[in-house]
Design a protein around this ligand. Structure first.
Ligand code: OOG
Ligand code: NI
Length: 466
């Protein structure tokens, strides 16, 4: 029997093996990440595991996939449900970025600290918005919808096995192995030919639209390992002759705590694909849509912390318009030093980042105080940062943009179509979790357990702690 968590870990391994066969540079990225992490742990034995145990971090991956319709989204959601991965968050990438991205997204991931600790596999999943008139006129939408309705990305057999695994909390060995094989195959690059004219027509609007709606099958777009030092990783990949995008997205390297998510990638590589030409013949060609991404995770920010992050990024943009990547990094560092508290405890006291709390194993004598700040300061409670388990839409848009050949085109004079988390939830028939509610619940559960261990009630609101 494979339980839900074993299925998830096995699926992450199976997808990783498949993607490594398809994209050899991914294997280089994984090997280099593993070396970076081992060296980091050796150099910082006391602090390296503050944001996750090394075995979790080494196995940790996120994937990205893109589907075309609500029905395809619902079926892939069923596959992820079998793996204990639930939709978390709503991301609208149609915003006002320079690149044309006619998609909205969610992330499928485990939602409890226990499940995340076993295997935190997550998949950023985007769905095409075919009725958005800024991108597709009525005639093209009709053609696109008909094309998408005519394909089946996730067959009945694999979806049925997934439903059984979800209902029964796992699968017997033979069924589990069949499910893992079939689910992995759903994300393999197909040898079926791509209709050249159709793909090109969509690519003129959006490279992502073509990658989703211009092809008969889907594929994993990238798989991302996690590193403890992304600057070191960047340098080592460049030294091996792999061309990286020119920026690390998100927060800068600085002396204070790492928050949220830093990401970078190597450029999409030309891959052999087969094309059906307008004259009906089939010929070899190439497409460059799949890239290699890597990330470093930091502490999750509260809504107040997230507002501050967004303001800092806006300030960086205003001050760093048109400068080189190195200069931009220096501006980021400046802005971070000016606004973000430089220690974990200052972040916690300002209510900017999420922490969980545990009763100290060795406690001071006497009566414990009742407010959180005094409990931590007095050595009664130990604070542990909660790792950011989600994504950053702006970094996502930046990653998309730096890997597309052209920015595409759209008609901003037209109104977009409405999408929100309720639309996503209805499309899947599943709850879309609010990431902030998950972090808050994790913090609260830890406080409840600590309070009962100390036999007290804890007041949460002292000294800015929210
Ligand atoms: C997803 C891009 C977003 C990330 O790490 O932010 C993403 C895609 O390329 O489909 O994976
Ligand atoms: Ni990614």
């Amino acid at each position: 029997m494979y339980d839900t968590h074993q299925l998830r870990a096995a699926f992450a391994r199976s997808l990783s093996a498949m993607y490594g066969r398809e994209v050899p540079a991914y294997t280089t990225l994984v090997d280099t990440s593993t070396a970076v992490n081992a060296d980091y742990v050796a150099a910082h034995p006391d602090t390296a595991e503050r944001l996750g145990r090394i075995d979790r971090v080494t196995a940790e991956r996120h994937g990205a996939i893109r589907v075309g319709t609500a029905r395809e989204l619902a079926r892939v959601a069923q596959i992820f449900a079998a793996l204990g991965m639930e939709p978390v968050g709503f991301y609208d990438l149609r915003g006002d970025e320079a690149t044309s991205l006619p998609i909205v997204s969610t992330a499928f991931r485990p939602t409890t600290p226990e499940a995340l600790a076993i295997n935190p596999f997550r998949v950023f999943t985007s769905v095409l918005v075919t009725d958005d008139r800024r991108y597709f006129d009525a005639a093209l939408q009709a053609e696109l919808d008909a094309f998408l309705a005519g394909r089946e990305l996730f067959g009945d057999d694999v979806v049925a096995l997934a439903a059984r695994a979800e209902a029964e909390g796992g699968l017997p060995d033979a069924d589990a192995e069949e499910f893992l094989r079939a689910a992995t195959a759903c994300f393999e690059l197909t040898a079926e030919p791509v209709d050249r004219a159709w793909y090109t027509q969509l690519a003129a609007i959006s490279g992502v639209a073509a990658d989703i709606g211009g092809v008969p099958r889907t594929h994993i777009n990238h798989l991302t390992p996690r590193v403890l030092d992304i600057d070191d990783l960047y340098a080592r990949m460049s030294a091996q002759g792999i061309v990286m995008i020119d920026e690390i997205q998100g927060p800068p390297a600085w002396e204070g705590p790492d928050v949220l998510l830093r990401q970078t990638s190597f450029k999409a590589l030309a891959e052999r694909r087969r094309f059906r030409e307008p004259d009906g013949s089939v010929a070899d060609g190439t497409l460059s849509v799949r890239f290699g991404e890597v990330e470093q995770r930091g502490i999750a920010l509260t809504p107040a912390g997230r507002d501050l992050y967004d303001r800092m990024i806006a300030e960086v943009d205003a001050r760093a318009a048109g400068v080189s990547p190195e200069q931009k990094d220096a501006v980021k560092k400046d802005v971070w030093r000016a606004h973000l508290p430089a220690s974990e405890s200052a972040l916690a006291q300002a209510g900017l980042a999420w922490f969980s709390y545990q009763a100290a194993s060795v406690r001071p004598g006497g009566e414990p105080p009742s407010d959180l700040v005094s409990l931590v300061a007095g050595g009664w409670l130990v604070a542990t940062p909660i790792v950011y388990e989600d994504f950053l839409p702006r970094s996502a848009a930046g990653i998309f943009a730096s890997n597309l050949d052209s920015a595409g085109s759209r008609d901003v004079s037209r109104a977009g179509s409405h999408r929100d988390e309720d639309w996503l939830a209805a499309a899947m028939g599943r709850t879309v979790h609010d990431p902030m509610a998950l972090y808050a619940a994790q913090r609260q559960a830890s406080l409840d357990a600590a309070a009962s261990a100390l036999g007290i009630e804890i007041r949460h609101t002292a000294a800015g702690e929210r």
